[in-house]
Ligand binder design. Sequence first.
Ligand SMILES: Cc1cc2nc3c(=O)[nH]c(=O)nc-3n(C[C@H](O)[C@H](O)[C@H](O)COP(=O)(O)O)c2cc1C
Ligand code: SF4
Length: 461
Amino acid sequence: MTILPFLTAAEVPSLDAYLAAGGGRGLERARSLGPEQTAKEISLSRLRGRGGGGFPTGTKWTSVRNAPGSRRYAVCNAAEGEPATFKDRTLMRANPYQGIEGLAIAAMAVGADEAYLATKATFTRERHRVLEALEDMGAAGMLEGLTVSVVAGPDEYLFGEEKALLEVIEGNDPLPRVLPPFQHGLFATGPQLGWESHPPASAPGAGPEPNPTLVNNWETLSNVPHILARGPEWFRLMGTEKSPGTLVCTVVGDVARPGVYEMEMGSPLSELLEVAGGPLPGRRLKAAFSGVANRVIPATSFDTPLTYEDMRAAGTGLGAGGFALYDDTACMVDVAAVLSGFLAVESCGQCPPCKRGTGDITAALERLRAGNADQADLDVVGARLRTVTDANRCYLGTEEQLLVSSILETFPDDFVDHLGGACRLPRRTHLVPKVEDIVDGTVTYDGRQARKRPDWTYAGE
Ligand SMILES: Cc1cc2nc3c(=O)[nH]c(=O)nc-3n(C[C@H](O)[C@H](O)[C@H](O)COP(=O)(O)O)c2cc1C
Ligand code: SF4
């Protein structure tokens, strides 16, 4: 188990270079196998979604294929909004062809003749690379029978949530819907539970159509052509039985060489941290966060293998393979306040327990951080953590619950110190690890996020 460049094996400068290296064979084989057998090959490979949830990709394709409805769509989620991740952008920059080929195979397998590739408007470099690759692949006849549209979406964290992603593709704000995409897909005309403020975009008199829609992450789709070209057994040779393949990991924060490193699934997290240069001189690593959607990983769990099942058994999750590291100079009250603040700002407010809960928890953590809190503030945190997930349309409230409660449970001393007013630790300010770029081990974070208000406007703009 170790570093294993497979998806990140080479920078592919052109379609010719891609085809010369064997690109296109997966799509050819998928077309010869037909939709059903192609979905079966993906099921046999045991590929799991790399967008954060680790859902079995073959099962998802089969559900979309079999869901009732006469129109189907395929969507690639290239929004990459999870803090501490930069892997989809790395893959888009290095080799956009494999992701597009994967999307074309996925569309064929679910019976879609229209596909959407949704990425952020601010990812200009990646978007241009993808648009150029699409044009070249279209001109080479590789996308026959499929229309692929690139959608440039907003910077909001929720844009990457699949139900909000579909709203953005339809021209709306990133507000998650109620039903999942296979039940309420793109341009669906009902049933929509009566929650929308806008009428269904259908021709007058059209009957209710759910338009089952497949949403897969960019890295997930990048694996697909290789699986079809070389077979599911070959794919399963990498990684573990339940988590085969590789994981394109991002490591940022308090390590010597932050960056994107592709690891064989099953390698321990500690090995990834070694590859990323380990702690800074004289420091000791204290905690890792796999984005903001899972419980904190204390240093005592750093030997956990990078698989969905092992991370779950360790009480946390693999997320999208992005890790933010904090060393012994970091105050966990500070970290909790910053990460909770991110979720409070990004919460869309459709579910009051989520918007109000994340806001109240953040305010109490901020008072604690400033040394002005008392027991009543901790009581508010406890009460809101119990209800923040109530009646939620999406997972963001659960993220807050997992994140904050785990920091409180794992680092109680940091919180007790703050109740006394003082912080023993030297470093007091952290940015949300929302990655803008990584060049030669230097990470740029999105500094604008610190000025973002809970109504999604920015202070000073
Ligand atoms: C708040 C939130 C933000 C998310 N952001 C992203 C994202 O930026 N990119 C992504 O691929 N998935 C993101 N997801 C997960 C998607 O909803 C969805 O599960 C994923 O795109 C499915 O693809 P996969 O099965 O290939 O992993 C997010 C989920 C939540 C709850
Ligand atoms: S759970 Fe939170 S972020 Fe998700 S839809 Fe409801 S209010 Fe919005």
